[in-house]
Design a protein around this ligand. Structure first.
Ligand code: GLV
Ligand code: MG
Length: 347
């Protein structure tokens, strides 16, 4: 095992030092763009004004005969576009694919200084992160990249879920992770055909009454266990958890419910695969203005977080003060990106 003292050493001579703290950034939605499609690439600058992260997808959903065009298209888009404060990410191909090595070598070589995060699919354990970590360090050194490129893992294999804590702490490059419900369902042999969201058959049935009347039942959240496990691993490691894709574009209400469950459990954002999901993510992952107003009252009533006070009959102490700080910090980030929201928050 690597000694703690060495954990923050660069992995290659000349590579930038790993970050001790993650950059503070608003990442309510990671918007997926297929970079081999020229007309979508051309709109990347416009898109960057509407979303928090633009991600060029090179992996699943990109046809095999377009893999290289997608990589080239990503590089072209990264060079041609001013992303401002919006994040620029790439989802590389999986490490066991024939494209992975060239994805990393060519992209870091061409646009390493513009790239914020590499999303790494199908991470089974810390060894996958270690491999990419070392490779990125070598390339950062070779190309004199100034800030370390971060790694975001997709949690989408049964083995990955088993190893989630080791993945979260595998490298100081770890930015966070996203639940990948489609691949995870396949890896676990779940009996579904969906990309995220609930399932009508996953429900709890009330006991039968003596009168033999109807038995109410309620659909449960298929992803509750995995999201909880991922959130704990990420929070303990000081990195960020995300819900991933929601594939039924025709059901915005179900998408919003799934995003909201993840938000309430601690996730900071989700993927938007379709433009209609951008506003859903904004709505869900920007804190509610009434909650923000209440959080301000808590912080104003106990500026240093010590002791206990009652507000509207509800007890506030150190723990609710910390929750209030989470909401206020997030509201400030939203306000900086979106002045209209800032007004509603009174910030
Ligand atoms: C995402 O990549 C998923 O498999 O759900
Ligand atoms: Mg996947």
């Amino acid at each position: 095992m690597k000694l703690p003292r060495q954990f923050f050493q660069p992995l290659a001579i000349g590579a930038p030092s790993p970050l001790r703290d993650l950059p503070v950034r608003l990442e309510r939605m990671i918007h997926f763009l297929p970079p081999h499609v020229e007309k979508l690439r051309a709109k990347a600058g416009e898109l960057a004004k509407q979303v928090d992260v633009v991600l060029g997808n090179l992996e699943d959903a990109i046809p095999i005969d377009a893999k290289e065009a997608a990589r080239r298209g990503f590089i072209e888009m990264a060079k041609a576009t001013d992303f401002g404060a919006t994040g620029l990410w790439v989802r590389m191909n999986a490490l066991n694919s024939p494209w992975a090595l060239d994805d990393v070598i060519e992209i870091v070589g061409a646009v390493g200084d513009k790239l914020d995060v590499v999303m790494l699919p199908k991470v089974d354990g810390p060894w996958d992160v270690h491999y990419l970590d070392q490779l990125l360090a070598q390339l950062e050194a070779r190309h004199a990249v100034k800030k370390p490129i971060l790694i975001h893992a997709i949690l989408e294999t049964a083995q990955g879920v088993n190893n989630v804590e080791a993945i979260a702490t595998a490298s100081p490059r770890m930015h966070g992770m996203s639940l990948g419900p489609a691949d995870l369902a396949a890896s676990r042999a779940m009996k579904t055909t969906r990309v995220g969201g609930g399932h009508p058959d996953y429900r709890v049935l009330a006991d039968a009454g003596a009168d033999g009347g109807s038995r109410p039942s309620a659909q449960q959240d298929l992803w509750h266990y995995t999201i909880a496990k991922m959130v704990d691993a990420c929070a303990a490691a000081g990195i960020k958890p995300f819900y991933g894709p929601f594939g039924d574009f025709a059901d915005p209400a179900a998408c919003e419910a799934q995003f909201r469950n993840a938000f309430l459990m601690g996730c900071v954002g989700a993927w938007s695969l379709h433009p209609s999901q951008i506003d859903i993510a904004k709505r869900v992952y920007s804190p509610d203005e009434n909650e923000v107003a209440f959080a301000r009252r808590i912080v104003e009533a106990m500026p240093d977080g010590a002791g206990a006070v009652m507000i509207d009959g509800k007890m506030q102490d150190d723990a609710t003060w910390k929750q209030a700080k989470v909401l206020l910090d997030l509201a400030r980030l939203v306000a900086a990106k979106d002045p209209a929201m800032g007004k509603r928050y009174g910030l």
